[in-house]
Design a protein around this ligand. Structure first.
Ligand code: UDP
Ligand code: MG
Length: 324
């Protein structure tokens, strides 16, 4: 097998504190892999600036002017981690043989890359980085994150347990993946759908080197919700089944009411009426909400808006000149 060209795909959002520390670590890794003849010397480290409000893009441009292995693209505005990774994958798929997506905060162990590439060289097209431990996460983060994977799987979105977005994907897989045109992106659930031979590599996740997490509970919940609603229609099924049970229950209640009416004196049953009205009202509202989510998704998909917009590239000739 020929020596593969590797592109590291690194999304960055407001990472001015972290980038100067982690960028050289990525470069060392690339140089080490090149020396070991595992990857081609044309391999690159691609930073995707996700509309940062701080000096992140400036730092990326400076890095690109210092070393040819560094390149960067800039999203026209903040679109979120998943879109940033997608932009990087789609931008690099025609120039490389393999990509590895990794966060820029040093949480994912870069030494796992050696094993990922070994797995690729022995035939895997997708290699998932899976966290073996979550000791550095707070109890809350661990509980919510693990609950998240369990809920996703239960809802029918197949995801690799404890795998975030640290993974190796070959360009062969990416070419096929580029035919997945949806705008609502949940990479963890979508990549397994492409198929091909895949395997996992285990690593320990560290604490963030600097700066703060951009994934507060609200964003995690919305990612979980997106994950479920873009990959599964189980929630709608659950509503239907609940509806059937409630209808059966109501039917029994109607019969009971009739029997009571004819056989005994009816007391003013406002309490039971109220309870049932509230109960049914609640269920209906939730059901409408969930169905609305799907309708909203369909609405967004029919617009076919671009999934990412690149405003700048460090490889553009004019840009190279302007930063000199
Ligand atoms: N990120 C991004 N766009 C965003 C939020 C985050 O590109 O809107 C990047 C961020 O720079 C980092 C990665 O996604 O490289 C993961 O984010 P973070 O470390 O904040 O999340 P956590 O590791 O806490 O889940
Ligand atoms: Mg992080």
């Amino acid at each position: 097998m020929e020596i593969p060209i590797l592109y590291l795909i690194i999304p960055c959002y407001n990472e001015e504190d972290v980038l100067p520390i982690t960028a050289p670590l990525f470069l060392n890794k690339i140089n080490e892999l090149i020396e070991q003849n595992k990857i081609h010397s044309e391999s690159k480290i691609m930073f995707i600036n996700d509309g940062s409000k701080d000096k992140t893009w400036q730092i990326i441009c400076d890095l690109a002017s210092q070393n040819e292995h560094y390149i960067g693209i800039c999203q026209s505005r903040n679109r979120g981690h998943q879109n940033a990774v997608l932009a990087g994958l789609m931008e690099s798929k025609d120039f490389c043989d393999i990509t590895i997506s990794i966060d820029c905060d040093g949480q994912d162990d870069i030494n796992a890359m050696n094993r990922m590439i070994d797995e690729y060289l022995s035939g895997a097209e997708i290699v998932y980085g899976v966290r073996s431990k979550r000791e550095t996460d707070t109890f809350f983060k661990r509980a919510t994150a693990e609950g998240f994977y369990k809920l996703l799987n239960w809802m029918g979105a197949e995801v690799v347990f404890n795998h975030a977005d640290y993974r190796l994907i070959s360009s062969k897989v990416l070419q096929e993946f580029s035919n997945f045109k949806e705008v609502n992106i949940f990479l963890r659930g979508m990549i397994p759908l492409v198929g091909f031979k895949s395997t996992s590599v285990y690593y320990e996740r560290h604490e963030r080197i600097a700066g703060e997490s951009h994934y507060p509970l609200s964003k995690m919940l919305s990612l979980a919700f997106d994950g479920i609603t873009s990959l599964s229609i189980k929630p709608i099924r659950i509503i239907t089944i609940t509806g059937i049970f409630i209808s059966l229950f109501s039917f029994a209640m109607i019969i009971y009411a009739f029997i009571s009416y004819f056989h005994s004196s009816v007391t003013p049953g406002w309490a039971s009426t109220l309870i049932i009205v509230c109960f049914i009202g609640g269920i209906q509202l939730i059901s409408l909400g969930v169905i609305g989510e799907y309708v909203g998704k369909i609405y967004m998909e029919t617009k076919q808006r671009p999934r990412y917009i690149i405003s700048d590239r460090t490889t553009d000739e004019c840009h190279k000149n302007s930063i000199k």
